[in-house]
Design a protein around this ligand. Structure first.
Ligand SMILES: [Zn+2]
Ligand SMILES: [Zn+2]
Length: 93
C-alpha cells in the first residue's frame, strides 16, 4: 500500500504536510487499511491541521498565473520571477 504523504497534497501548507508525514508510522503500524488517504484522514479526525479540521494556512497562489509559483520558484512563471506588474513589490526583497 502506498499511502499519500504530505507532498501529495501541494495545496496544504508545509506544516500540514509535515503533520501528515508524521502520522505515517501510526498508519503503517495500525490496522490494515486499503485507503491510501488514511494518513490525511487521521490528521483530519484528530483535528491536527494547522486550523484544526482544515488547513487555514494554504500556500498563496501566483498572482500572475494562479499557479504554485510563490512556493516553487524553480518552476515559477516569468511573470512571477520578473514580477512584471510589481504585484509582489511589498513581499519580495
Ligand atoms: Zn496548514
Ligand atoms: Zn505564476
Amino acid at each position: 500500500m502506498d499511502f499519500l504523504t504530505g507532498k501529495d497534497y501541494p495545496h496544504l501548507c508545509q506544516e500540514c504536510q509535515n503533520t501528515i508525514d508524521s502520522v505515517m508510522p501510526l498508519i503503517e503500524e495500525g490496522p490494515d487499511t486499503d485507503d491510501n488517504e488514511a494518513p490525511i484522514m487521521l490528521v483530519y479526525d484528530h483535528g491536527m491541521f494547522c486550523g484544526g479540521h482544515e488547513c487555514v494556512n494554504k500556500p498563496k497562489k501566483c498572482l500572475y498565473c494562479n499557479g504554485n509559483c510563490p512556493n516553487d520558484e524553480d518552476h515559477a512563471c516569468d511573470g512571477y520571477l520578473g514580477d512584471i506588474d510589481n504585484l509582489y513589490k511589498d513581499e519580495k526583497e
